[in-house]
Design a binder for this molecule. Structure first.
Ligand code: HEM
Length: 480
């Protein structure tokens, strides 16, 4: 047996001294990306963009506010300081488009959905979708989320231990089930469970489209697997559109039943449907794509942190046993969580599911003293921003106490930008936080976790930020 697999007995509240708090004695150190010091050499950028895109990232931006690079006549400005993020997101947000790189990765799936829409189309969609994600509305889904997630991870009678051979994959399936519960009436079966495997393929191929956009090439440039890629995007849209057509045909939907009915029933100022069938489809694809892989990643890294740092895990268990008083997990108990939400914030700081955003200036302007013109690119590097030792001391140390209210006050605005910022801030942040809190709480309530492999898990940059190998954990059932 390896040294890493020796935690075989469940951790219970009895093993944790009353009042135990997490004190960071042996913190977990998070993996770092394999960046390329010395900047991006164009050939290297091309070769690495379709594998691990971190290898083409200039390492300098982890230590300085910006790094500028000329790429085939275009200026690419990488930024990693809170002040520059604030400038682009908020102060001069109106002067930037999301631009070609972000559009390239999402457009085949989400059409003109909220994530990439611009101008009037964006404003209109945001007005319709934002109210659906108000915290008060979202809170109504807590019970459903607890029940669905509990079913996804239920132990069979007599089963006490289980190897999770690919924790991220399990979580992707669990999160898609919980999204399904909130998006659609539970009694109507959708085919969303088919998404994770198909989306994985889609994502590996979007690396080409991202590269073409950075190089200023047409999105129709051929690449290996192009035909299958577009067929995949179409099949995902078909799954969702059949479902929406059925829902519209059912009629008589009650407002508040689920997110799909809220989208279908949304009205414009004159009482007409705000979204046509295609608009509902684009919005639905946005919500599924924006939401399921990102949430699964945040919880995967949080679980890996718990398995890597037994003291942290004990503190999380202590919190769960405190808020449930040894009983079932309820929406009220979820409301009282404090450490678990901070573990997830620290997971999203250290290993942000969306680690880079791109923008393009609408007009000539100067940013960080660098002259930019339309067609130039700004890379808002969330990963580098979140790993700056001058903002996050000893940045690779996993420490949820950084998100205690008194610590938050010590940092500049936009130091944490895991959900973006300004007017394009993640429209569903409250839902994402609720879903990830519930998922982690259900897991910690029912199981304890240990690493099941000696191989340290690294990170690679694909569409999002992926584990470099399957995250293998051993889950042991906790007594109720
Ligand atoms: C941990 C989970 C999540 C993370 C880390 C995350 C992160 C982000 C980030 C960084 C942005 C800003 C993009 C930009 O400025 O270019 C964003 C926007 C967005 N997110 Fe999320 N997100 C998460 C969950 C969700 C969920 C659950 C949904 C939907 C159900 C969602 C839907 C969206 C949409 C529609 C936008 C575009 C908003 C706009 O442009 O107006 N996200 N998200």
């Amino acid at each position: 047996m390896s040294a890493l697999t020796k935690v075989e007995t469940p951790i219970t509240a009895q093993t944790v001294p009353a009042g135990a708090q997490y004190t960071n004695q042996t913190p977990w150190r998070v993996p770092s990306p394999d960046v390329s010091p010395g900047g991006v050499n164009p050939l290297r950028l091309i070769l690495n963009s379709v594998g691990d895109r971190f290898r083409s990232l200039p390492g300098e931006i982890f230590e300085q506010d910006f790094y500028v690079r000329k790429l085939f006549g275009r200026t690419v400005l990488y930024v990693s300081s809170p002040a520059l993020f604030e400038d682009v997101f908020k102060t001069r947000g109106e002067l930037f488009y999301k631009g070609a790189v972000q559009r390239a990765r999402a457009a085949p799936l989400v059409g003109d959905g909220l994530i990439i829409a611009e101008g009037e189309s964006w404003k209109r969609q945001r007005r319709i979708i934002a109210p659906i994600f108000r915290p008060a509305t979202i809170a109504g889904f807590t019970r459903q989320l607890i029940d669905t997630t509990s079913r996804s991870f239920a132990f069979a009678p007599g089963e006490t231990q289980r190897n999770l051979d690919d924790t991220f994959d399990l979580l992707r399936h669990a999160v898609i089930s919980s999204l399904e519960t909130c998006l659609f009436k539970p009694q109507q079966k959708s085919r969303l469970h088919e998404f994770p495997s198909v989306v994985s393929y889609y994502y590996t191929k979007t690396a080409w489209l991202r590269l073409f956009a950075i190089l200023g090439l047409s999105q129709n440039t051929p690449f290996p697997g192009r035909r299958r890629f577009h067929a995949t995007a179409q099949s995902l849209r078909t799954i969702a559109s059949q479902y929406i057509a059925e829902r519209i045909a059912m009629g008589g939907l009650d407002e508040g039943d689920d997110l799909a009915s809220m989208l279908i029933n949304a009205q414009d100022g004159s009482g007409n449907p705000a979204l046509d069938e295609r608009g509902v489809l684009d919005s639905m694809m946005n919500l599924i794509l924006g939401g399921y892989e990102t949430t699964a990643l945040a919880v995967t890294w949080a679980l890996y942190a718990l398995a890597s740092d037994p003291q942290l895990q004990e503190a999380a268990i202590y919190e769960i046993d405190r808020v449930t008083k040894g009983g079932a997990l309820t929406p009220e108990a979820i409301d009282q969580l404090d450490l678990i939400p901070r573990i997830l914030s620290e997971s999203m700081r250290t290993l942000p599911p969306i680690d880079e955003l791109w923008r393009e200036p609408k007009e000539a302007l100067t940013l960080a003293g660098v002259d930019l013109k339309p067609g130039d690119l700004v890379n808002l590097n969330i990963m580098a921003l979140h790993r700056r030792d001058d903002i996050w001391p000893d940045a690779s140390r996993f420490d949820p106490n950084r998100f205690l209210p008194e610590m938050e006050k010590t940092r500049p605005p936009f130091a944490f930008s895991g959900f973006g910022g300004g007017q394009r801030f993640c429209v569903a942040e409250s839902f994402a936080r609720l879903n990830s809190n519930v998922t982690l709480a259900v897991l910690v309530k029912n199981m304890s976790f240990a690493l099941a492999s000696d191989e340290p898990v690294g990170i690679i940059g694909t569409q999002t930020l992926f584990p470099s190998c399957p995250v293998q954990l051993r889950a042991t059932s906790r007594p109720h």
